[in-house]
Design a protein around this ligand. Structure first.
Ligand code: 6PG
Length: 261
């Protein structure tokens, strides 16, 4: 499978690793999570991992909960968060955290204390965002912005990432690390990590699969910068470590001509 991998360098916009298909994409993402967890453990600290919602990470998750990865992942050293959440109860099939817990985390040897879904019941959305920010800051009280070891993201065909949607103020947030907002195009409330939190991470990786994403992926990587139209472009990790793991179908419109700026 690895023979089929090619890499495109988009400078500040990231390094693109093109794999054959959805299975290869899930496999590479799962191994990236393993590496991040191992590196954090070797460095003597807990691994802070942010998962994304959407369909792409589901396949990845299923690989984590079976051999060989289930035996290799240092589960006791992980703290799992989600980069965004829908305003529904954990039991709802729309819940990013709920789906991951039912889909694979419940099969993994991780203590419930180390799984940190957003609170979405018995609390106002605004307060849930504040509580999450407080939890995160509490994990690394000396850091101006807590540093995730790995943030996994998806990208919508409209250019959104996490729950940073086109035209929303959250894309320009510079102070708060987590916000709740009403997303007009969905007529729904979403909770989301903001660019300052995501960009402080040690590693950030987008997982993008399928032909439906091809046109937007090419615009995000090769077109003019317009973060209001394409919030995915607001993700520029401070340390420059941005990886896009994409399948051939999603990469089909890339010309391979890196554009910086
Ligand atoms: C969500 C997401 C969202 C998602 C993208 C891509 O909760 O909806 O976190 O940002 O990652 O929409 O989703 P797919 O991988 O399903 O295309």
């Amino acid at each position: 499978m690895t023979d089929d991998v090619r890499t495109l360098d988009y400078g500040d916009r990231g390094r693109v690793v093109v794999v054959a298909d959805a299975d290869a994409l899930a496999n590479m993402a799962a191994n990236l999570l393993l590496t991040s967890a191992e590196e954090a453990t070797a460095a003597g600290h807990r691994a802070l991992i942010a998962l994304s919602g959407g369909s792409t990470p589901k396949k990845m998750g299923e690989l984590l909960a079976v051999a060989p990865l289930i035996e290799r992942i240092p589960w006791g050293n992980l703290d799992i968060f989600w980069g965004d959440e829908r305003w529904v109860p954990l039991a709802d099939p729309e819940s990013n955290a709920g789906e991951a817990m039912r889909g694979y985390l419940e099969q993994a040897p991780i203590l419930p204390d180390h799984i940190h879904p957003f609170a979405t019941e018995g609390i106002a959305a605004e307060d849930s965002a504040t509580a999450m920010e407080r939890t995160l800051r509490g994990l690394q009280p000396d850091a101006s912005v807590p540093q995730f070891d790995l943030v996994l993201l998806g990208m919508g065909d409209d250019g959104h990432t996490a729950s940073l949607f086109p035209g929303t103020a959250a894309v320009h947030e510079t102070d708060r690390l987590v916000v709740s907002h009403h997303v007009e195009k969905l007529d729904a409330t979403r909770l989301t990590f903001t660019p300052p939190l995501i960009n402080a991470a040690l590693k950030v990786a987008f997982l993008v699969g399928g032909a439906g994403k091809a046109e937007m992926l090419a615009r995000v990587l090769e077109g003019p910068v317009d973060i209001d139209a394409m919030p995915s472009q607001a993700i520029r990790p401070d340390n420059g470590h941005l990886t896009w793991i994409v399948d051939e179908a999603a990469a089909s419109r890339l010309t391979g001509t890196p554009t910086n700026g």
